[in-house]
Design a protein around this ligand. Structure first.
Ligand code: ADP
Ligand code: MG
Length: 289
């Protein structure tokens, strides 16, 4: 069973206006339960439009979306459940914080779900731990926190709803490299701990390749490929041609291969590269003895 499945999904903005734009075209994908999928593509390729369909925020112009094998638009009453099942963290979510304490902000979702006070408290505490913020922050105003901390509070607000699927749209946009690593690691840990399905949108291949087991590459409103991360990197030249940066380390090894030094294929993390280089040097050493 797929957690999310789409069938010929299309969405067009501004139908009948001069600004008409088909943002996603004929999308057919299946997302397996428990996977960590990276969604990448250049700006304007349709990533945000696609994920807003997964929790019923956008209604397809045509085509279908199934969550746990239920067509979510078959009965409009389903949509409320879908919003709780599939949690969406928007890009720059900190702009949507409005409560005057961290506790109230993170508790907003669980309250809407109709949970009792004790359950809400438990969920807020767990979520704050998941984003690595101390419980002493609960009484503080979110507005006096740093940008990175505010973002983590906003992410905690969605985690507190304990969705079956957690979707994050460019969760590290605008953060410095350390902030980026922190946010990515906490998402990875959360995925490992909860075993829930996580969809991570990014326009940076460099970042996402380290974390996602599967990649969905969008190009001009369509799926360019959807496969295991390793297999997607077999197409790294084409991906570069569509304006996406493949990781620096991948480019180095592709260039070496062109020059006759073939150390290995589909290298996209520095750690893996190090292992292969050491193996290669070891072999070279043996030969010269
Ligand atoms: N609210 C909107 N109204 C009209 N066009 C939109 C709107 N949102 C996005 N688009 C257009 O749809 C296309 C896909 O956008 P989007 O899904 O935001 O891509 P991405 O998230 O990959 O940058 C782009 O051409 C964009 O300009
Ligand atoms: Mg976007």
């Amino acid at each position: 069973m797929a957690t999310i499945r789409t069938e010929n999904l299309n969405y067009t903005y501004g139908i009948g206006t001069p600004f008409e734009k088909t943002a996603i075209n004929n999308i057919n994908i299946e997302i397996k339960p428990g996977s960590l999928v990276g969604i990448i593509g250049h700006t304007g390729s349709g990533k945000s439009t696609l994920i807003q369909h997964f929790n019923g925020l956008l209604k397809p112009t045509s085509g279908k979306i199934y969550i746990d094998d239920v067509d979510i638009w078959e009965n409009k009453k389903n949509i409320r459940d879908v919003r709780f099942k599939v949690g969406l963290v928007f890009q720059y979510p900190e702009y949507q914080i409005f409560e005057d304490s961290v506790f109230r902000d993170v508790a907003f979702g669980p309250k809407n779900m109709g949970l009792d006070e004790e359950q809400i408290k438990q969920r807020v505490t767990n979520a704050l731990e998941s984003v690595g913020l101390p419980l002493s922050y609960l009484d503080r105003s979110p507005f006096e926190l740093s940008g990175g901390e505010k973002r983590r509070v906003a992410i905690a607000g969605v985690m507190a709803m304990q969705p079956e699927v957690l979707i994050l749209d460019e969760p590290t946009a605008g953060l410095d490299p350390r902030g980026r690593d922190t946010v990515f690691s906490l998402i990875k840990d959360y995925h490992k701990k909860t075993q829930c399905t996580v969809l991570l949108v990014s326009h940076s291949m460099e970042d996402i390749a380290k974390y996602a087991d599967t990649l969905l590459v969008m190009n001009n409103s369509e799926v360019f490929c959807y496969d295991k991360t390793v297999s997607v990197f077999e197409k790294s030249e084409e991906i570069q041609q569509m304006g996406l940066d493949v990781p620096q380390i991948t480019r180095v090894f592709n260039e070496l291969k062109k020059r006759g030094v073939n150390i290995g294929e589909e290298i996209y993390t520095v750690n893996y590269a190090k292992k292969l280089v050491l193996e290669y040097l070891g072999k070279a050493g043996e030969k010269s003895c």
